[in-house]
Design a protein around this ligand. Structure first.
Ligand SMILES: Nc1nc2c(ncn2[C@@H]2O[C@H](COP(=O)(O)OP(=O)(O)OP(=O)(O)O)[C@@H](O)[C@H]2O)c(=O)[nH]1
Ligand SMILES: [Mg+2]
Length: 266
């Protein structure tokens, strides 16, 4: 017996553990992209009233950069596959994973780009930096040099992107390998740097899973919030989802539909 499946239902439903109903909190108040307790009121209302425009179809690009072997691949694999490999296999060029979320009842996807930290693969990897809404710079909390290289990674990734619109995160990895005393020392430096470059700071362990889900939920939520606010802004006084009527006296007859084209590379 064959069952006809309508095209729209081919996508499986969003996993239950990818449903976000409340704004996940920052890791450190002194280095957060914002410190509000809840999603912006405008965002909550827009979601309730299903006025989120194209956001529900949007896939936001997230790039993960940082020195070789700091644990970028492990971080993504812990979140996306709940797996951890103790053997190092260098990423050659890039890899990516799709993660689907539901935020305040609205579908929202992240495309997580795992890039190579090794110098010889960097030029391939950097061609994939373009169009990122979120840049995650990873460093190893047990390796101060990798923290020192964060600025260089920032510069490289922003060359390909609009620095004013990118949401920036610095993530300290391998927290399980550091003693509390060592950790708090490097955290001071990391917080200072994060404040200087307006990044949000997190520390995680892909081995134990500590803070991994919390971190990606925060990334997804802040990216989502920004997208909904941008969509509301774009729509101005008109309601998202409304049909835009163009009458013959309109001077920008051709400009309006152009604007409405989906921006699929962001
Ligand atoms: N103890 C511990 N080891 C980790 C953790 N994360 C990664 N590692 C180890 O660090 C090594 C490098 O991890 P990767 O995730 O491959 O590093 P990468 O940043 O993707 O490296 P490149 O792809 O070369 O840029 C591997 O041996 C991992 O098992 C962690 O949280 N704790
Ligand atoms: Mg890798």
């Amino acid at each position: 017996m064959s069952v006809r499946v309508p095209a729209m239902s081919v996508l499986p439903p969003v996993r239950r553990d990818r449903v976000i109903v409340q704004l996940p909190q920052y890791f450190r108040k002194e280095a957060a992209l914002h410190t509000k307790d809840e999603f912006h009121n405008k965002v909550k209302t827009a979601c309730q009233e299903q006025r989120t425009g194209t956001v529900g179809f949007k896939i936001s690009k997230v790039i993960v950069v940082g020195d070789l072997a700091v644990g970028k691949t492990c971080l993504i694999n812990r979140f996306c596959k709940d797996a951890f490999d103790k053997n190092y296999k260098a990423t050659i060029g890039v890899d990516f994973e799709m993660e689907r979320f539901e935020v305040l009842g609205v579908p929202f996807s992240l495309q997580l780009w795992d890039t190579a930290g090794q110098e010889r693969f960097k030029c391939i990897a950097s061609t994939y930096y373009r169009g990122a809404q979120v840049v995650i710079i990873a460093f190893d909390v047990n390796d101060i040099a990798s923290l020192g290289h964060v600025r260089q990674w920032l510069e490289d990734s922003l060359k390909e992107n609009d620095p004013t619109s990118v949401q920036l995160f610095i993530v300290g990895t391998k927290k399980d390998l550091s003693s509390p005393a060592q950790y708090s020392q490097i955290e001071q430096d990391a917080l200072k740097l994060a404040q200087e470059i307006s990044a949000e700071y997190w520390a995680v362990s892909s081995l134990t899973g500590e803070n991994v889900k919390e971190f990606f939920f925060r990334v997804a939520s802040l990216a989502f919030e920004t997208n909904v606010l941008a969509e509301l802004e774009k729509s101005g006084s008109r309601q998202i989802g409304d049909v835009v009527r163009i009458n013959s006296t309109s001077s920008n007859l051709y400009a309006t539909p152009k604007k409405k084209q989906p921006n699929c590379c962001q």
